[in-house]
Design a protein around this ligand. Structure first.
Ligand code: SAM
Length: 393
């Protein structure tokens, strides 16, 4: 494909991404993959270039653009050589006409930018949310107890023992070490969230929002497969991915519990007052993961944010009775919005006398309210809010 034809392809894909963002359709990565499937003539270099154009254009537009072409013209404002490809020749995009619609730049839609500012996220931190994420790996101590191993590439050691960083795009999932469960792909921020729980062998731990088990299997490693580990979630499809993943990682102790939305407490009644640790890896807006899903900025609405905040508060209410006196509740969101982090925990502490903030010693993060915040610019991780709360004895 010619460079101009690649631009036109990216514009078509962006059109479908914009439409999907408006109608709650499939995520961008699935739409990109679908386009490649439907256009087999695109070679591997074409695919790489088209994917890059698509994601660069998404990052360049704060609010949702009116069209893929407007998004690409927005990107072209930053890249002169891209403008020159709008020549109308061959399979390339039509020539630019006067007063054509060009998508606005910025970090996010205005309402969302304002919420970030209100949450104390400065310009540099906000910009870093749109940078490219590296690829982090956790060495699985269930299989490599000293946290080290020989891998096809060395990787850079990170602040947490057993955490390694590779350039984005490194195909670690094709390595034998991955097949054998010696390593897991997990952002350093997510690894730090698991470490914040402070689980030790023999403990009873409930992972209340286990999903596909990214944190569950890290917790199994922290427990050295000794103790009780409950992996609960309301999403059957996600939980179904946990079992094979746990098996590959040798995480033998995870007990999977499918919850019914609205009657979660009943399904977990046998653990009431018994857990040393409960982890709530709460469903959230994902503002801290825009490095990976930049089009998520276009999908979030104030109403959806309100729904998530209400669910998070409800999950705190479900989790608290499960914790034994003197035990801990760790609340995590991959969001930097205070309504999903700092404010939730301030309200919980105000409503539950005796509970205190009891932070673990962590290698990264900045205190924020009763918790800790991780950001791409300060910590080199996805954005997270992490709070660890101690229940009165
Ligand atoms: C951030 S994701 C969890 C990711 C997972 N812990 C991991 O590390 O891979 C949030 C999860 O909360 C689950 N969830 C939503 N509502 C829930 C509820 N009422 N009770 C338990 N889990 C819920 C979602 O299905 C989703 O899997």
């Amino acid at each position: 494909m010619t460079p101009a034809a690649r631009v036109q392809a990216a514009i078509e894909i962006l059109d479908s991404i914009i439409e999907a963002a408006r109608s709650k359709g499939p995520p961008a990565d699935r739409l990109v993959a679908q386009w490649f499937k439907d256009h087999r003539f695109a070679g591997s270099k074409d695919k790489r270039a088209i994917r890059e154009l698509v994601y660069d254009a998404i990052r360049a537009c704060g609010p949702i653009p009116s069209s893929g072409r407007a998004a690409m013209l927005g990107l072209a404002e930053e890249q002169d050589d891209l403008r020159e490809l709008f020549s109308g020749e061959g399979y390339g995009p039509a020539a630019i006409v006067e007063d054509e619609s060009v998508a606005a730049g910025g970090i996010a839609p205005e309402w969302l930018e304002n919420r970030l500012i209100a949450s104390g996220i400065g310009e540099e931190e906000a910009q870093s949310l749109l940078s490219r994420a590296p690829l982090d790996v956790r060495v699985n101590r269930l299989k490599l107890p000293d946290g080290t191993g020989e891998f096809p590439e060395a990787g850079d050691p990170l602040a947490l023992p057993g955490a390694l960083r590779f350039p984005s795009g490194t195909k670690v999932t094709e390595w034998e070490a991955y097949e054998q469960g010696l390593i897991e792909v997990q952002d350093l921020g997510s690894q730090i969230a698991c470490s914040a729980v402070g689980a030790a062998p023999g403990d009873t731990v409930i992972d209340l929002c286990a999903g596909a088990g990214g944190k569950t299997i890290a917790l199994a490693a922290a427990l050295a497969n000794e103790g009780t580990l409950v992996a609960a979630d309301t999403d059957k499809r996600r939980l179904s991915q946990l079992e094979p993943r746990a098996e590959r990682a040798g995480a033998q102790i995870a007990q999977i519990v499918l919850l019914d939305p609205g009657s979660e407490a009943e399904a977990l009644a046998e653990w009431e007052g018994k857990a040393d640790h409960v982890l709530i890896d709460a469903p959230c807006s994902g503002t801290g993961t825009w490095r990976r899903n930049p089009e998520a900025r276009w999908r979030l609405t104030p109403a959806e944010l309100g729904r998530l905040a209400a669910l998070q508060a409800r999950l705190l209410g479900i989790a608290a009775p499960l914790v034994k006196p003197g035990g801990h509740l760790t609340y995590v969101t991959c969001s930097l919005l205070d309504e999903e982090g700092k404010n939730q925990i301030a309200r919980f502490i105000a409503d539950n006398p005796g509970w205190i903030s009891d932070r673990s010693e962590l290698p990264l993060g900045t205190p924020h309210g009763d918790g800790l915040r991780l950001t791409p610019s300060t910590d080199g991780t996805d954005g997270f809010f992490i709070a660890r709360l101690g229940k009165p004895c």
